[in-house]
Each structure stands twice: as structure tokens, then as C-alpha cells.
Design a protein around this ligand. Structure first.
Ligand code: NAD
Length: 521
């Protein structure tokens, strides 16, 4: 082991120690109904290939305990006045702030995104906490004018119950915050089932926030269940005690979850795969566009739901711009995501690397041409002794009918196509099953309005002179079509976590019926 590899290991173990997630089964701390005897699942650092720690999987019995506790806790939590719930969420935000550096580094360690993105992810959770403090005083209902004299009509919002939150590996902290903190402010309790690829981030996050709940004597408001899909995941989605399942992950998973939850007439909030495009017009600031495209397509190693996967260039600028882009791709620093200067870390695992290889092969078979990258990277050249799944950021000249361009490959592959009219570019952009994020780079006012109009982008997110990824929490986040239709985080996304009640109050001595109906004895 070189001294730098030794130093790295020492740094990693200090981070895990400070967050209380080192050693075997760190989830089994006092008071948490975590497994003590289940199947052991290790969490690996995708950069080095080292085992970071391991958890024992919860079984059906432990799942029952967590749900019962959440159900019981709901009875008292819903009666805590919303602004007081907001104050507790505020304190969680402070606790996350205090642990931001370590928690951000843990995100980097567990999923391989560069440190600045790991820290940014925790910042997103802190921002969510701040947002939810205000939200706790703004759970507004409308009031209406009744058609009947001396009647009052209004609607109010009640907490829904214990909420099931299923999260994807690639945002192991922030997706939880989008859901859990809004649910908490809304008066719900939460049961979190994280991805088995990032269990330590979930345990650390849960511990940090549980300490705040403990200080206020609220047991069972947050539940964490780390188990496999067949035993715990299936139990969750079929559980009629959970009125809402919020699931983030692949479209394949979402389709299955949706059917199971619909079968019991429960509610689903789905945040699924994307296949996001950027359109670049001849009037665009091309320097800006280049930076936006690079971050969107290469950032997080192409492992964001909002990663840019398709680039639509106007034919008049296509050749020169593609050349610049290919040159920029050649300069992307692939390396240890913990180190300053690294722009791209590894893919999450060998399975993802295999999908990268097969997508590049399929693209070439379907008529594509690799313009930059296209290969896997020998991990030993990145970090001594590493077995990580590193690949090159890849640019492929493609045409709109290639089937592979309509699929989401969770890797840094960007398909470049050309167009002649904006209407054609928008049609190509929309002609995929997914509908998450979209962007246009242009200085033309008309093109902007066309892109944002009813005949423009069909996605949940439409940006101008900004790339497809890196959304702020203030807006409602989510997408259409096979992305699932859910909306999370800011704006009025909180309504998904509450039930609406319409109330009509009669303060007259009469009993007039609506629509003039008479029913007198
Ligand atoms: P995945 O679908 O493999 O897993 C997501 C989660 O679903 C995991 O926690 C997994 O254990 C769980 N799951 C799988 N089968 C289940 C079942 N039968 N019952 C209950 N839970 C089950 O996805 P992933 O590889 O972790 O994440 C990558 C995918 O997530 C990509 O498609 C990406 O676009 C998507 N994603 C979407 C958003 C969004 O907001 N739209 C955000 C992040 C990631």
C-alpha cells in the first residue's frame, strides 16, 4: 500500500467513525429495531472497491415493528401544531449543517460522486429543512363562497399517515429530505427504505435527525428499514397502513410499485428515469452551452436522473461545436472523487459498467459513431489497487431513430444529433418515453417562448440557458410520461403528503339544499 492509499484509508475510517457508521451493522444502535441476525450486505466504496462497512438485512418481523411504531407515533405527531413540527425540522437542518462535511464525504464514498457534489447534496437537504420551516406555517387551504346563505365553505389539509419512502442509490441523502422533511412538516411519520447500494448514508442521516427527535421525545416518527426488495420492499408497497408510497428509481421499479399500490387504491408518488435533451440554437452563447452540457452529461458520471443524454445541435453550428465538445471531453479529469480537481468519479458498480459497454456497442451497431471516449478505464491507473468501475465520458454521433437513444443508460454517454428547424428539435426531444428535464440554449426570445409553450417541451422541467441537471429545491421537481408524474420538494408538492378535506358550515336556522333541491316533509 502506498502512503497515499494508507492516508486515504485513514481519512475514510475517520469519516465513518465520526458519523458512527463504522464496523459491522452500525444500524443496530440502541432503540432502533434494526436487524441483528439477517443476511450481511456490504457497502462498497465504488472508487477503491474497499468495503466501507456492512449491514444486516431486516426481515418481515422487523418491518412490522417499524410500521407499528410509525403508526403509533402518527397519532401524537399529527397533533403537534405544524409550526412546532417546523421548529423540530429547523433543528434537523442545524444538525445536518453541523455534519455537512462528513455526511457529504460519506455520499462521495458510497456512491462515487465528486466531493463538491456530495456536499451539494447535503446542502440540498439543509435547504429542504429551511424550506419546510416556512412551509409549516403555510399549509394553506382555500375558502370559497357558498351558494347558500349563512354558510361557509373552506378546505383544510390533514396529515395522511405513515409514508413509505423508497430511494435510489444516486441521491442517498437529498431524495430522502425532499420527502421526509416535507412529510414531517405535514404531520406524517416516515418509513424509509434506502437503496442497498448506499445504506451507510441512510443510517448516518437517520441517526443525525433521530437525535433531534429523541431530544423532543418523539419516538417512531422516523423509521429506517434496510432490507431487500423481495421481503421488505414488497411488504411496504402492499401495506394498506401506508397511504402513500413515494418511490424514486428506475421506470421498471416504478411501474411495478405503481401497480402494487394502485391494487390497494393507495397513492403513489413516482420519480423515475429520465432521458434529457439540450437543444443548442445558432444564437446561443456557445461558451455557456459548452459548460452546461459538460456538467449535465459528465457530472455525477452521468448518474443523475436529470443527466443530459441527448444533444440537439442546429446544423449550422454542429461540426465546429462538436469538435470543441470532443476536445473538452478529452480534458475531463477522471479520478478519486474525494480529491480536488477530479471532475468524474466511478460508476456505482460493475453492473453499471456492463450497461455502459453494452450501450456503446448498441449505439455503434445502430449506426452511431464514437467521437470521444467509449471505453472503460483501467482502475489501477486512477487509484492504486482500485477495482472501481471507471469509464470514459463518451460522445456519440447519433441519429434520431436509433433505439438506444430512447433508453436511459445510467452512465456518461451523450448522443449528438442535428436539426434544421426548432420545431424538429422539439419533436425529437419529446419523442422518447421519458419526460423529466429539458433545456434550450438560445438568445432568441421567440425560440424561448416556443420551447416553453404548449407545443414546446413536454417535460416536467424546462430550462433556458441552463443545463438539464442541478435543480433548486424551491420548485416542484419531477417529470411526465414514464418518469412517473410525481412532484417533490418545493412549491405545492406538500399537497401529495396530506389529505384535503372540504368543509361546509351552516350557521343559519334553515337547511337549504345545494342546487335548489327540495326535500321537505
Ligand atoms: P432502482 O429502480 O434499481 O432502485 C430504486 C429503489 O427501488 C431501491 O431502493 C430499490 O431497493 C427499490 N426497489 C426495487 N424493487 C422494489 C420492489 N419490488 N419493492 C420496493 N422497492 C423496490 O434504481 P437505482 O439504480 O437505485 O437508481 C437509478 C434510477 O433512479 C435511474 O433510473 C434514475 O433516473 C432514477 N432516479 C430518478 C430520480 C427522479 O427524481 N426522477 C431521482 C434519482 C434517481
Amino acid at each position: 500500500m502506498t502512503s497515499s492509499a494508507a492516508e486515504r484509508r485513514a481519512r475514510v475510517s475517520a469519516i465513518l467513525d465520526r458519523l458512527g457508521v463504522s464496523g459491522d451493522n452500525p444500524g443496530a444502535w440502541a432503540g432502533a429495531p434494526m436487524a441483528t441476525a439477517g443476511r450481511r450486505v456490504a457497502s462498497f466504496d465504488p472508487t477503491s472497491g474497499d468495503e466501507l462497512g456492512a449491514v444486516l438485512l431486516a426481515d418481515r418481523g422487523q418491518y412490522e415493528t417499524v410500521v407499528e411504531r410509525a403508526n403509533e407515533a402518527f397519532k401524537s405527531w399529527r397533533m403537534v401544531p405544524a409550526p412546532k413540527r417546523g421548529e423540530i425540522v429547523r433543528q434537523m437542518g442545524e444538525a445536518l449543517r453541523a455534519h455537512k462535511d462528513d455526511l457529504g464525504a460519506l455520499v462521495t464514498l458510497e456512491v462515487g460522486k465528486i466531493l463538491s457534489e456530495g456536499l451539494g447534496e447535503v446542502q440540498e437537504s439543509i435547504d429542504m429543512a429551511d424550506f419546510c420551516v416556512g412551509l409549516s406555517r403555510q399549509l394553506y387551504g382555500l375558502s370559497m363562497h357558498s351558494e347558500r346563505s349563512r354558510h361557509r365553505m373552506y378546505e383544510q389539509w390533514h396529515p395522511l399517515g405513515p409514508i413509505g419512502v423508497i430511494t435510489a442509490f444516486n441521491f442517498p441523502n437529498a431524495v430522502w429530505a425532499w420527502n421526509a422533511l416535507v412529510a414531517l412538516a405535514s404531520g406524517d411519520t416516515v418509513i424509509w427504505k434506502p437503496s442497498l447500494k448506499a445504506p451507510l448514508t441512510a443510517i448516518a442521516t437517520h441517526k443525525i435527525c433521530q437525535q433531534v427527535l429523541d431530544a423532543h421525545g418523539h419516538d417512531g416518527v422516523f423509521g429506517l428499514i434496510i432490507g431487500d426488495d423481495a421481503e421488505v420492499g414488497e411488504a411496504m408497497i402492499h401495506d394498506h397502513r401506508l397511504p402513500l408510497i413515494s418511490a424514486t428509481g428506475s421506470t421498471r421499479m416504478g411501474r411495478h410499485v405503481n401497480q402494487a399500490v394502485a391494487g390497494r387504491l393507495g397513492r403513489c408518488l413516482l420519480e423515475l428515469g429520465g432521458n434529457n435533451a439540450i437543444i443548442v440554437e445558432p444564437t446561443a452563447d456557445l461558451d455557456l452551452a459548452l459548460r452546461g452540457i459538460l456538467f449535465g452529461a459528465v457530472g455525477t458520471s452521468g448518474q443523475r436522473c436529470t443527466s443530459t443524454r441527448r444533444l440537439l445541435l442546429h446544423e449550422s453550428i454542429a461540426d465546429a461545436f462538436t469538435e470543441r465538445l470532443a476536445a473538452a471531453y478529452g480534458q475531463v479529469r477522471i479520478g478519486d472523487p474525494l480529491e480536488d480537481g477530479t471532475l468524474m468519479g466511478p460508476l456505482i458498480d460493475e453492473g453499471s459498467r456492463a450497461q455502459f459497454v453494452s450501450a456503446v456497442r448498441a449505439a455503434v451497431e445502430q449506426g452511431g459513431e464514437v467521437l470521444a471516449g467509449g471505453s472503460v478505464v483501467d482502475s489501477a491507473t486512477v487509484l492504486e489497487g482500485s477495482t472501481g468501475a471507471f469509464v470514459q465520458p463518451t460522445l456519440i454521433r447519433a441519429h434520431k431513430d436509433m433505439q438506444i437513444c430512447k433508453e436511459e443508460t445510467f452512465a456518461p454517454i451523450l448522443y449528438v444529433m442535428t436539426y434544421s428547424e426548432l420545431a424538429e428539435a422539439v419533436a425529437i426531444q419529446n419523442d422518447v418515453p421519458q419526460g423529466l428535464s429539458s433545456a434550450i440554449f438560445t438568445d432568441s426570445f421567440r425560440s424561448v417562448e416556443r420551447f416553453l409553450s404548449h407545443e414546446g417541451s413536454d417535460c416536467g422541467i424546462a430550462n433556458v440557458n441552463i443545463g438539464t441537471s442541478g435543480a433548486e429545491i424551491g420548485g416542484a421537481f419531477g417529470g411526465e410520461k414514464e418518469t412517473g408524474g410525481g412532484r417533490e420538494a418545493g412549491s405545492d408538492a406538500w399537497k401529495a403528503y396530506m389529505r384535503r378535506q372540504t368543509c361546509t358550515l351552516n350557521w343559519s336556522p334553515e337547511l337549504p339544499l345545494a342546487q335548489g333541491v327540495r326535500f321537505d316533509l
